[in-house]
Design a protein around this ligand. Structure first.
Ligand SMILES: NC(=O)c1ccc[n+]([C@@H]2O[C@H](COP(=O)([O-])OP(=O)(O)OC[C@H]3O[C@@H](n4cnc5c(N)ncnc54)[C@H](O)[C@@H]3O)[C@@H](O)[C@H]2O)c1
Length: 358
């Protein structure tokens, strides 16, 4: 049985552990965390493996076949280089680094070693992705409107931009990544950020809200707005709208997908689909007047656990040696990092930033 170890036994580590415990064809052989009690609690929960505070000692002793790296954004570098040196396939959480230079170096070493890698962009494994891609292939998308408004996560490193990368890089990168995956690559971004609205959190030092304008390679434009000022879900509806001339798709990541003015005949409409003719939203008619859209709405609901599929895709790849089912290998995840870091650069300089993948 292949041996799996984990570095970082915090919030997202626990999420992965919940998945890994459902697989009976791998051995959970070691858990490493800078805080020993966290690693020990994972050993207890798993009912197997040994706790470590030093990942090199864990590698020496356990000789793992694969590793899940679930550490905060500032901790990348030494762990990956050592893991690559030892030729251990790795699953790593987003964002893969906070600097592009570091991400490029790790990517190049991964490629040289021909190592299997995967990154925690689990939204790519959602059942909503396939109908969304089909819609985008059939319709010419002119405008992408994305919004993600939430609150401030409780982990202390998150509230400081120097240690998290800020909300775009740490969190809304899921939205940036899914837009790349289902639609198109970005060419240029211009981002404005604002502060001063979140006033009640100790040590808080990041943007409360940012709005990014994106030009995609196809010529389409997008806006991606993200904020962490909200105290309630009533503040805003977080979703991504892909708008064509006569139809639109509205994706609520890991939740649901609605089509307006579009019927997908090839994908089965089962219990998972709701159809109705209620008015939702408005369209502008040729004369410029607002008219309620009466087109049908098809709703696909999230089914199953995309995170489970994401983890399983990596494990299957390590077991079989076939990495073709991994939807987010390291090299691709670097592009999502580049997209989001370009927004930070634009915020800092007050200028548009061109994205040129190296
Ligand atoms: N894919 C997702 O949806 C998702 C969701 C949440 C978090 N994340 C990502 O996962 C990463 C971790 O986030 P989290 O919420 O689990 O943070 P966390 O602070 O809850 O957990 C991180 C753990 O890593 C440990 N750690 C730190 N440095 C270490 C080192 N050098 N060696 C060993 N252990 C070390 C810490 O002690 C802590 O227990 C972040 O990059 C975050 O963006 C991804």
């Amino acid at each position: 049985m292949k041996k799996l170890v984990m570095i970082g036994c915090g919030g997202i580590g626990r999420y992965h552990l919940g998945h890994l415990l459902q697989f009976d064809d791998i051995e959970l052989a070691g858990f490493c965390d800078a805080m020993p009690e966290r690693a020990e609690s994972f050993v207890k929960e798993a009912g197997s493996g040994k706790a470590f505070t030093n990942f090199k000692e864990m590698y020496d002793e356990v000789k793992p076949d694969m590793v899940f790296i679930c550490v905060p954004p500032t901790e990348h570098g030494e762990i990956e280089f050592e893991t690559i040196k030892r030729r251990i396939p790795f699953f790593v959480e987003k964002p893969v680094a906070l600097s592009l230079d570091l991400a490029y170096k790790i990517r190049d070493e991964v490629n040289k070693a021909g190592l299997i890698t995967a990154v925690g962009f689990q939204c790519r494994y959602s059942n909503l992705v396939e109908p969304n891609i089909k819609f985008i292939k059939e319709k010419q998308i002119i405008f992408v409107d994305c919004i993600r408004i939430g609150g401030v996560p409780s982990v202390s490193w998150w509230r400081n931009k120097a240690t998290s990368g800020g909300q775009i890089v740490e969190q809304t990168i899921h939205q940036f990544d899914i837009i790349r995956y289902v639609f198109d690559e970005p060419e240029m971004v211009f981002t404005l950020g604002t502060r001063g609205f979140v006033t009640d959190i100790d040590g808080y030092d990041t943007d409360d809200l940012s709005v990014t304008v994106v030009r995609f390679k196809s010529g389409a434009l997008g806006t991606i707005s993200t904020g962490c000022y909200a105290k309630s879900g009533d503040a805003a509806d977080s979703k991504i709208v892909f708008s064509a001339k006569d139809a639109r798709a509205e994706l609520r990541i890991l939740n649901d997908l609605k089509f307006f003015g579009y019927k997908d005949t090839s994908i089965k409409t089962s219990d998972n689909t709701e159809s109705n003719s209620k008015s939702e939203g408005f369209v502008i008619k040729g004369d410029g007047g607002f008219t309620a859209s009466t087109s049908g709405v098809i709703t696909y609901k999230q089914e199953g656990d995309a995170g489970l599929l994401c983890d399983r895709a990596f494990i299957d790849a390590v077991i079989t040696g076939d990495a073709s089912k991994i939807r987010s290998p390291y090299e691709d995840a670097v592009k999502s990092l580049e997209f989001t870091l370009a927004c930070n650069r634009s915020m800092e300089t007050g200028l548009p930033v061109k994205i040129s993948y190296k």
